[in-house]
Design a protein around this ligand. Structure first.
Ligand code: HEM
Length: 217
């Protein structure tokens, strides 16, 4: 039944032909090692973040009067809300760790060298995106910790010579961390960053597939 459905769709869109070169790759024995799992684990955590993030967005209210209360509501009242929020919270920390470990392994194996320089460049962009996710998500709780962490972060950005003030105003949406800041952080966290991340991830994976995983040292 499922096979027939897939064949029916494939006859019309010929997707198999398109994805075959990407999915149909033999895995060589040296790739079946734990050190090659970190990119995949990071990707798995990103999927977890997307799924739990959508559920949180159903209840979260991105305005300064209600944001904190809506987080309390998710944690205390919504069915399994505490679990979904907890997974989103802890996965974000794990994500920062796994992406860093992945980067270190790639670095120490020298896997960034020719012909994989652009894998490294796209990876570096992914690293900054993961950090931007963590930074923008922190404010959304609208508690003291998130508020002051944001003040420190935007304050540092504001110290950049010449253009610091413009950067600060752009990030905060004005002077001070207020409603415009929360709106901007929310839009960035759920719209801008996921869109850019999706695009760069696709590039990163396409490059990994094209060139294959680097040989053992
Ligand atoms: C969202 C974050 C990221 C995801 C989901 C991701 C995913 C992956 C996956 C699945 C692979 C293939 C298997 C492996 O080597 O683990 C890979 C390879 C690679 N990644 Fe990433 N990556 C991310 C971030 C980064 C970062 C931060 C860097 C470096 C700055 C990087 C550089 C590379 C390079 C150079 C390869 C090729 C490794 C080789 O051929 O041995 N990636 N990535």
């Amino acid at each position: 039944m499922i096979d027939r459905l897939i064949n029916w769709i494939d006859e019309r869109y010929q997707l198999r032909e398109f994805v075959k070169p990407y999915l149909d790759k033999p895995v060589s024995p040296h790739e079946m090692s734990f050190k090659f799992c970190w990119g995949g684990i990071t990707f798995l955590l990103i999927i977890v973040q997307v799924i739990t993030g959508v559920f949180l967005a159903y209840y979260y209210r991105p305005n300064v009067a209600e944001a904190y209360q809506s987080i309390r509501f998710i944690t205390d009242e919504v069915y399994l809300g505490w679990l979904v929020r907890g997974i989103h919270h802890h996965s974000s920390s794990l994500l920062v760790i796994t992406v860093f470990v992945h980067m270190l392994i790639v670095f120490f194996r020298g896997a960034y060298k020719n012909p994989r320089e652009l894998n490294w460049v796209s990876g570096a962009l992914l690293f900054f995106l993961v950090m931007a996710f963590a930074f923008s998500g922190y404010l959304l709780i609208w508690d003291q910790l998130g508020y002051w962490a944001t003040r420190v972060g935007t304050g540092i950005a504001g110290e950049v010579p010449l253009v610091g003030e413009y950067i600060l105003l752009f990030i905060q949406g004005g002077y001070g961390v207020k409603q415009p800041t929360l709106s901007r952080f929310y839009a960035t966290h759920i719209l801008v960053l996921p869109a850019i991340l999706g695009l760069i991830l696709a590039l990163h994976f396409a490059m990994v597939r094209r060139r294959g995983i680097s040989e053992p040292l």
